[in-house]
Design a protein around this ligand. Structure first.
Ligand code: HEC
Length: 126
């Protein structure tokens, strides 16, 4: 019994280490010993369901303030997990382009179709 417990806690600490190391590019390397059956929130479920282009844009431009899982890192208004219930796609586009209240505008950094793709994805978060 105690051997089993030991094995289990070892597995759990490995999982935690994996989760901590899982941010950014390392997560893509897929060196998961457990077949990924229980990788829960490591790379942010909210993100993994997004189209790849959107994930790449988000990681490049938004993740530093809005977090791995859209949970928001710089205050409650940066949580975007239910943003589609609050803002329309047009309003989200406008926020991305112009920024405001601490968020930089991306009007000159993103192409219109990139803004569009991000806004479309976020508008679906309800
Ligand atoms: C430097 C930090 C920072 C970056 C980078 C950033 N944001 Fe923000 N964002 C904020 C802050 C701060 C707010 C809250 C503004 C407010 O209170 O009105 C915000 C608000 C928002 C909102 C409106 C949230 C609401 O509830 O009204 C959306 C949508 C949004 N950001 C999307 C994005 C997207 C998409 C990107 C990447 C293209 C991005 N943000 C990049 C800081 C950032």
């Amino acid at each position: 019994m105690s051997r089993l417990n030991k094995g289990l806690s070892w597995a759990i600490s490995l999982l935690i280490v994996g989760t901590l190391a899982g941010c950014g590019s390392a997560a893509k390397q897929g060196g998961e010993p457990f077949g990924g059956s229980n990788k829960a929130a490591s790379q942010g479920d909210a993100l993994t369901s997004a189209p790849e282009q959107v994930q790449a844009l988000y990681k490049q431009s938004c993740i530093s303030c809005h977090g791995n899982n859209l949970e928001g890192k710089v205050g409650p208004t940066t949580n975007l997990q239910k943003i589609g219930g609050k803002l329309t796609k047009e309003q989200i586009s406008k926020q991305i382009i112009s920024g405001g209240n601490g968020m930089p505008g991306f009007g000159t950094k993103l192409k219109p179709e990139e803004t569009e793709a991000l806004a479309e994805w976020l508008a679906g978060k309800k």
